[in-house]
Design a protein around this ligand. Structure first.
Ligand code: SF4
Ligand code: SF4
Length: 482
């Protein structure tokens, strides 16, 4: 019996040292200096423990007396530790209901005209729409006018990376143009291809909802989406009125947005952790914009595919949204909303951008998920501590417009974007869920998604290894601003 216990003990300590080594290598690969030092010390400690154990075992120390007691005690402590970290904690019933679980009162549909981008990007001073809007919302007029004078984000009138920002701004705007190219009505609401136009008038596809869902999801992933889910559209998350105008289509401004489709296919693209790691500098904006362009590319083709089956479909991307992407993504089971107001996914944390296609093609909706985000964010608060404009609440969730959540201050966040000339992304960069998905980080995510104690342990470890206020990373040479 004792030799078996010693053998299993050596294997367990060997596995522990291997995980320690993997974490050390991961930190070096991530180019995280501080984390590499701590992970290196941790690995050496684990290795030393393994060597001491093997030497003592070879000398018969664990065969009797105090050594045997120590061996048994080690088993008890290790077993208890593993049990406490691995057992599944109680589910969060609110998360499992998706956005419905968060409703606490009357929810007013959001008017896109009041959204910070629409006010500052679309409204032209002196125009009829400008007058109409600020007559209804005098509280914003002076604030927005001052903001306009200073210029907006995305490289205008300059960024914190002056005078070496030129190439990054040029790349970001090139990607942004792709979204614009795909934002006229014939693009976001495509007609069937002319080969099929006559055919689908008389005969729509007869795919079953299950098969249609499989094909739509498979095609989205094939086109480059990293995650995809389907939800039945809750009308509460559809904008009430149109506010963003990109093609001088001012007749649309203020028009009611009808809930025409029953389903939304929502998908996320992964953002590169190295570029996100540079936030708030310009390379992070290059990555945001290329992801938006990817979202426009995928959603436009997906909408085209559905139109070719004979059903109506609308692409939702950076330059054409009918609804709010984050609540749709939550209901489609892509993740949960974090303290920072973004979606946190199991696979990539908040390092994603979202797009969608709404349609009347019958589909099978997915279910919302509980991956422990709410309880992790209750412990963590790192994004709130690191946000340069204090736009993220460190306090408890509150009821805002009838739903319980953490409410990001979009006004001060957008002001900061204007100040640095980028889309910042500091909150996304520092979030412990944003690390590259190397083997050790996958292991950590597997534990924190199921266990409350693991959330506490790894939140503390994240501060220790990466720092309470992690610094931004150096960009790759092609996106350098120095
Ligand atoms: S993007 Fe920047 S300013 Fe905005 S909430 Fe995140 S950290 Fe704060
Ligand atoms: S940084 Fe922490 S508190 Fe903020 S979203 Fe990420 S896990 Fe939640």
């Amino acid at each position: 019996m004792i030799p078996i216990l010693i053998f299993l003990g050596s294997v367990a300590l060997g596995v522990q040292a291997f995980v320690g080594l993997a974490f050390f290598i991961s930190c070096i690969w991530e180019e995280e200096k501080r984390a590499s030092i701590f992970a290196g010390i941790q690995f050496l400690g684990m290795l030393l423990l393994l060597i001491i154990f093997l030497v003592l075992a070879a000398n018969g120390f664990f065969n009797k007396g105090f050594g045997l007691v120590l061996l048994i005690l080690g088993y008890v402590l290790a077993g208890a530790g593993v049990f406490l970290l691995v057992k599944r904690s109680e589910a969060n019933p609110m998360a499992l209901q998706g956005t419905k679980g968060r409703i606490r009162g009357e929810v007013e549909r959001f008017d896109e005209r009041a959204q910070v981008f629409a006010r500052n990007r679309s409204l032209k001073p002196g125009s009829e729409q400008y007058k109409r809007f600020y007559e209804e919302h005098p509280e914003y007029e002076e604030y927005d006018a001052r903001r306009r004078e200073k210029g907006g984000p995305i490289g205008h009138p300059g960024t914190i990376d002056k005078p070496h920002e030129e190439a990054d701004v040029a790349m970001a705007l090139a990607s942004q143009s792709m979204c614009l190219f795909l934002s006229s009505q014939d693009k976001f609401e495509p007609e069937p291809h002319f080969y099929l136009k006559e055919k689908v008038k008389t005969k729509r596809s007869v795919l079953s909802p299950e098969e249609a869902s499989d094909r739509v999801k498979g095609y989205a992933l094939h086109l480059g989406a990293a995650l995809v889910g389907i939800t039945e559209i809750n009308p509460l998350w559809v904008y009430s009125r149109r506010g963003e105008i990109f093609h001088e289509n001012w007749d649309d401004w203020g028009k009611e947005i009808a809930v025409r489709h029953r389903y939304a296919v929502v998908f996320a693209e992964e953002m590169d952790f190295r570029l996100v790691g540079t936030g708030p500098h310009t390379p992070t904006m290059v990555e945001s914009m290329q992801n938006y362009a990817k979202g426009a590319y995928i959603s436009t083709q997906l909408a085209g595919f559905i139109a070719n089956l004979g059903y109506s479909a609308t692409a939702n991307h950076l330059r054409h949204y009918d609804g709010l992407m984050v609540p749709w993504a939550v209901d489609a089971g892509l993740g949960e909303v974090g303290r920072l107001g973004y979606l946190l996914t199991k696979k990539f944390g908040p390092r994603v951008r979202l797009s969608a296609v709404t349609t009347d093609l019958p589909l099978v909706p997915d279910k919302p998920v509980d991956i422990g985000v709410e309880s992790f964010c209750n412990i963590c608060k790192k994004c709130a501590a690191c946000c340069p404009s204090q736009s993220i609440p460190a306090a408890e969730q509150a009821v805002v417009n009838g739903t319980v959540r953490w409410k990001l201050n979009a006004e001060t966040c957008f002001d900061y974007w204007g100040k640095v000339g980028t889309d910042c992304n500091v909150c996304m960069r520092v979030c412990p869920w944003s690390h590259a998905r190397t083997f050790p980080h996958r292991l950590i995510v597997a534990l924190i998604t199921r266990n409350e104690i693991a959330r506490r342990v790894f939140s503390v470890m994240d501060d220790l290894f990466y720092g309470k206020k992690p610094r931004s990373k150096a960009p790759p040479r092609w996106a350098s601003f120095q």
